[in-house]
Design a protein. Sequence first.
Length: 530
Amino acid sequence: MLKSLKWKAILYAAITLFAILLLMPTVTSQLPQWWSKVLPSEKIHQGLDLQGGMYLLLGVEADKAVESYVEQKKNSLGDRLKELNIPVGKLEREKGDRISLEFSGAKEKVDNLLIQQFPTLHQLSPTEEGGIWKLQLILDPKEIEYAKKRAIDQALEVIRNRVDQFGVSEPEITLQGIDQILVQLPGITDPERAKNLIEKTAFLEFKLMDEEGNIDEALKGQIPEGDLLLYQKSPDPQTGAIRKIPFLLKEKTLMTGGFIKDARVAFDQFHEPYVALEFTDDGAKLFEHITGTNVKKRLAIILDNNVYSAPVIQEKIAGGRAQITGSFDMKEAGDLAIVLRSGALPTPVKILEERTVGPSLGQDSINQGIISISISALFVILFMIIYYRASGVIADIALILNVILTLATLALFKATLTLPGIAGLVLSVGMAVDANILIHERIKEELRWGKTPRAAIDQGYHRAFITIIDSNLTTLIAGILLYQFGTGPVRGFAVTLCIGILANIFTAVYITRIIFDYITLRPGVKRLSI
C-alpha cells in the first residue's frame, strides 16, 4: 500500500511541477535563454477584451458573387456562340441570376450548346418573332447556393491570409452565422490601416484601351458598345488635390489577379516604390500571349475599377513579370502587395459592427478579474479552514492546484483567456469547493457512525465519488455545448469552465485522497481533524 502511495505521490508531484513550469513564461519574462530550447515557452494568450485591439463583424455580400458568377457564364456563352457563328443580337445579365439572350439561326444548336456545356442555365419561356429567338436563362438554385458558399469560404480564407501577413499576433477569424465573418485583432496599433486592408476587394484586371474611341463623346455618356469608362486617380504633388483622368477601355478582361504568384514592393531608378508582380506558370504564358498579340497598344492595369497605369506594350513580355506603378508611399505599396499576394476578395464585404478596446481598458479588466478571483478564493479558503480545520487546509491545497492546472492547460494548448473566461475560472473554483464539501460531509457522516478515520475516508470518497462525477459531468456537457454552438465571449467562458471541471475532478478526488491516505496510514492516528 505504501509503495503504491509513493508512486502516486511522485506522479502527482510531477504533474504539478510541469504545470508550474508551463506558467512560468506567463508569470515572468526574466527566463534564461536555454528555457525555450528545453521547456515550453508559450504564454497564456489574452483575448481582445483583456489585451485591447479591434473587433469587426463583416457582412459578405454573397449576392454580388452570384452576379459575378453569372457574368462569367454570360461571357463564356458569348464566346461559344461566336465560335459556332450564331448571330447574337443581345446578350446581357439581368436581375442578378438571369441572362437575356437574343439570336437568329438554328435554335437546335443553341439548345445542344446549353445542354452540353451550360447545364446549370435553364431556359424560361423561349419565344420566336421574325426569325429572332428570345431566351431568358436562369441559374440553377443549387448553383446559386454553391456560388454563395464558395464566395464566403474564399472571403474567409483571403481575410485570414491578409491578417496573417499584416503581422497581427493571435488573430481570431471565424465564420459567424451564414454570411458573416468575425475578426478580432488583439493588440493592433493602427485600426484604420487594418480596416482598409480587410475591406479592399483587390480585384486586379488587365484590359486594352480603346484607341479608336472618342473619349470626349464617352464623357458625355455616349460610350461605344463593348467599352467602359474608368478613371485614374492622380494626386497633385503641390496641392494634394485628387485629379481624375478618364480612360476608355475595352470591356473584355484579358487577365485577372487570379494568376498572381507573388507581389512585393520594389524601387525604381528614382527610389520611388512600386509593386512588382510575378505570375504563375499559366499566368506567364497568358501574359506573354496578351503582350505578343497587342504590341504598340496600351494595356491598362486596373485595381477595383481604378486605373493604376496604362503603359504601351513595346514588345512581347516573357518571364511572367509585370509591375504596378503609381503615386505610392511605402505603406500603400506594402498594403497593396499584401492584398494582391493573398488574393482578391471574391465579393465585397461591409463592416456591420466595429469596436475598439484600448489597452488600458483591457488592463483594467485583467486587474478586476484578478481581484475578483483573489477575493472569492480568500473567502473560500478561510471558510474551509474555519469549518473543516485541518481537512479544510487539504481542500484549499486542492483549490490552489485547480487554478494552477487550469491556467497551465490554457498555456499548453494555446487557448485564449478572455474576460468571460475569467468568470468561468471563478465558477470552476466554486465547483471545486463544492466537490470537497461533498467529500468532507460524507467522511463526517461515517465518523458519526463510529467508523475509524481510515474506514470513514474510504467510504466517504466512495459515496461522494458518484455524486461528484454526476454534477461535474452534467456541467461539462453544458460547457461543451456552449463551446460548440456559442461564439466569441461564450466560447471563452466555456473553455475555462470545461478545463476547470476536469482539473477539479483530478484535484478534489485524487490529490486530496493521497494526502488523506498519507496522514491516516501513519501509525498512531486515531482522530481526524474535520
